[in-house]
Design a protein around this ligand. Structure first.
Ligand SMILES: Cc1ncc(COP(=O)(O)O)c(C=O)c1O
Length: 385
């Protein structure tokens, strides 16, 4: 059975790190719910000593996710935010990070309300303008941190151009690839040094567990993040590692369906008279549609649209029946949310206004239900607007 990193994506998702259990032949990776491991004698063990440091179920997931992103290794954490925190846990007071100004709201919350207290410095720029990234890089800059497409405005950053700037300036480029998953976008191939995910989303895919991963491209990075797992302890439990291992087996087929449904819903919304604007890179009128076609192999299923007012957004969100009102994204079920009061509430009114998040915006993570049911649900809900 082909298990190398040269196999196709779906084969890697199902087989790399997912080999049958050598002890029993179990076709699924076993969950090892253990905190510690029997040692044969002092200094002699089977490679595992304590589960904060390493656990066989976790090791399997880390091998799998590294293979999917095309990295050299990966480290998984208790949530996407724990992974993003680990990125910065390598830095010292006085170090500087350049980041996108339109990120998942929890990221600036972590940076401004926690890490800034430890002396880390953050500059927020529009990373879709590479010149702004270059201008913001200083002598003490350690990392450029980007989401593409962004959450919720679906703005893209040209990863080839920004990675060239970062390499010239000797600054690490980290890309949050949560929205696209490695199925549609491969930041490392485009020059990124690190990839981060909230595995809570498409990688797990079933809205039943939180998690985060950092995919590395060097042994130095791998050692630093393994140390942070051991020293700070925000690791992913064996059961949740197993949920992601099970989820990624269907990542390829899920992403194809998410993309198909996403395109259909975006097209429907873009033609609806009550929808003022649709933010989806797959629509030809998206200002970066050409970049999306070059940089991604699909457009995914994250769509933001403008209803015109908070009152309209409220009416729509109350009227949906198939779409579920809730935080998060990337599950098999369609999740609909209101960025201003949910994912991006922490930015405050001024912060949201500065980047163009309005009270009338609604974000939808299109699931893999029958698309006719989704369109009928949205059509009916838009009647109440
Ligand atoms: C793009 C993106 N990155 C990171 C996170 C944080 O991940 P988690 O909720 O698993 O901590 C989120 C959460 O919504 C997200 O949307």
């Amino acid at each position: 059975m082909p298990k190398t990193t040269r196999s196709g994506f779906a084969t890697r998702a199902i087989h790399v790190g997912q080999e049958a259990d050598p002890l029993t032949g179990s076709i699924g990776v076993p969950i090892y719910p253990t905190s510690t491991y029997l040692q044969e004698e002092l200094g002699k063990n089977k490679g595992y000593e304590y589960s904060r440091v390493s656990n066989p179920t976790r090791s399997r997931l880390e091998v799998n996710l590294a293979a999917l992103e095309g990295g050299t290794s990966a480290c998984v954490f208790a949530s996407g935010m724990a992974a993003i925190n680990a990125l910065c846990a390598r830095f010292k007071s006085g170090d500087h990070v350049v980041c996108g100004n339109d990120l998942y709201g929890g990221v600036p919350r972590l940076f401004n309300q926690m890490l800034a207290n430890y002396g880390l410095e953050f500059t927020y720029v529009n990373t879709s303008e590479p010149a702004e990234v270059e201008r913001a890089i200083r002598k003490n800059t350690r990392m450029v941190y980007i989401e593409t497409p962004t959450n919720p405005l679906m703005t893209l950053t040209d990863l080839r151009v920004v990675s060239e700037i970062c390499h010239r300036k000797k600054v690490e480029l980290t890309v949050d690839n949560t929205f696209m998953s490695p199925y549609f976008q491969k930041p490392i191939e485009l020059g990124a040094d690190l990839v981060v995910h909230s595995t809570t989303k498409f990688l797990n895919g079933h809205s039943d567990g939180l998690g985060g991963v950092i995919v590395c491209t060097s042994t130095g990075q791998a050692e630093a993040f393994a140390f942070i797992q051991k020293a700070a302890g925000a690791i992913l439990s064996p059961f949740e590692c197993w949920l992601v291992l099970r989820g990624v087996k269907t990542l390829a087929v899920r992403m194809v369906q998410h993309d198909r449904n996403g395109r259909a819903v975006a097209e429907f919304l873009s033609k609806h008279k009550k929808v003022k604007k649709v933010f989806y890179p797959g629509l030809p009128d998206h200002p970066q549609h050409d970049l999306a076609r070059r940089q991604m192999s699909g457009f995914g299923s994250m769509i933001t649209f403008e209803t015109g007012s908070l009152a309209n957004a409220k009416k729509l969100l109350k009227a949906v029946r198939v779409c579920s009102l809730g935080e998060s994204l990337g599950g098999v079920e369609t999740l609909i949310s209101h960025p201003a009061t949910m994912t991006h509430a922490a930015l405050g009114e001024k912060g949201r206004a500065a980047i163009g998040i309005t009270d009338g915006m609604v974000r939808i993570s299109v699931g893999i239900e029958d698309v006719d049911d989704l369109v009928a649900d949205l059509d009916h809900a838009l009647d109440s607007v």
